[in-house]
Design a protein around this ligand. Structure first.
Ligand code: ATR
Length: 275
């Protein structure tokens, strides 16, 4: 069979997903295509959905600004998507559209592929910086894996409550900065530090624990100011573009049942991002 896949969102002309999934088709010897299906925001979304239904796709990814809007058109939702309240992957099967969210699990796969020793140490103390959609996905994936000592630090405390439903595990960014030595893994999920504001870092990392792993989901630039601080302190770092690769790997698996081999994908994507 040949798979017809794609991406909806806006703007998505420069998306890296077509390149990633073309690599996956080659690596799995599966026949198929992955196309950009841009939906401009001034369009009638329902009409665009009808057009998509008529296309008989096998599946598609959903990105900004439609990750929540798509929910109304789905027949079923998997557990992670339900918890997160947003969908980035749709499987079209037997006339039904089933929604998944592969962002959090993809992030976790990328982290554990680089630091496999973390997988069995559920006692690790984890700090998430930020409380947007990405933070929510990552939080639920960490919980699903069995991690339980997770704190969230955010500029707005109210927004962090949307994820945790309690004040107990919420901190301000200043508190996080002052108590950094308590954490084994620090995950930066906000857009702070993204081009063109690449000189910005959400907090200072001078109090990092000696063996801390520092991760940033921003990948433009690859080496953010946040990661650069950690590197200067000789701590382990984890780059944001790997989340992009592994959320795609999990989506590809949902659509085709095959898990693509990731050998050298990281380096190849780094080269593309560095131009
Ligand atoms: P996404 O869905 O991509 O995660 P989002 O929902 O817009 O994006 O969330 C953005 C996150 O970045 C939020 O945690 C936001 O903090 P607030 O909840 O206080 O708004 C955080 N953020 C964005 N810009 C920030 C800045 N300049 N300083 C601190 N936090 C910032």
């Amino acid at each position: 069979m040949s798979y017809t896949l794609g991406l909806i969102g806006y703007p998505i002309k420069h998306s890296l997903s077509p390149w990633i999934h073309t690599q996956f088709f080659e690596r799995t010897n599966i026949d198929g295509s992955y196309s950009i299906m841009e939906i401009r925001t001034e369009k009638n979304f329902l009409e665009e959905i009808k057009k998509l239904k008529a296309q008989e796709l096998n599946g598609f990814n959903v990105t900004v600004p439609y990750k929540e809007k798509i929910l109304a058109y789905l027949d079923e939702l998997d557990d992670q998507a339900k918890k997160i309240g947003a969908v980035n992957t749709v499987l079209c099967k037997s006339g039904k559209w089933i929604g998944y969210n592969t962002d959090g699990i993809g992030y976790l796969r990328s982290l554990l592929s680089k630091f496999p020793e973390l997988a069995n140490d559920k006692e690790k103390r984890i700090l998430i910086l930020g409380a947007g959609g990405a933070a929510k996905g990552i939080y639920h994936a960490l919980i699903h894996h069995g991690f339980h000592d997770i704190m969230i630090a955010n500029r707005s405390i109210e927004k962090a409550k949307n994820i945790l439903n309690t004040n107990e595990r919420i901190m301000t960014l200043q508190e996080a900065e002052g108590q950094l030595e308590a954490f084994d893994v620090i995950i930066q999920t906000t857009s702070v530090g993204m081009k063109p504001n690449h000189d910005k870092s959400i907090i200072s990392l001078h109090r990092l624990k000696e063996k801390a792993v520092v991760s940033d989901i921003v990948y433009q630039p690859l080496m953010t100011s946040f990661l650069q601080q950690a590197k200067s302190l000789h701590r382990s770092i984890h780059f944001g573009h790997t989340m992009l690769l592994y959320q795609a790997q999990y989506a590809f698996e949902i659509w085709t049942g095959e898990q693509p081999n990731m050998k050298n994908m990281d380096e190849a994507l780094q080269k593309i991002l560095e131009g």
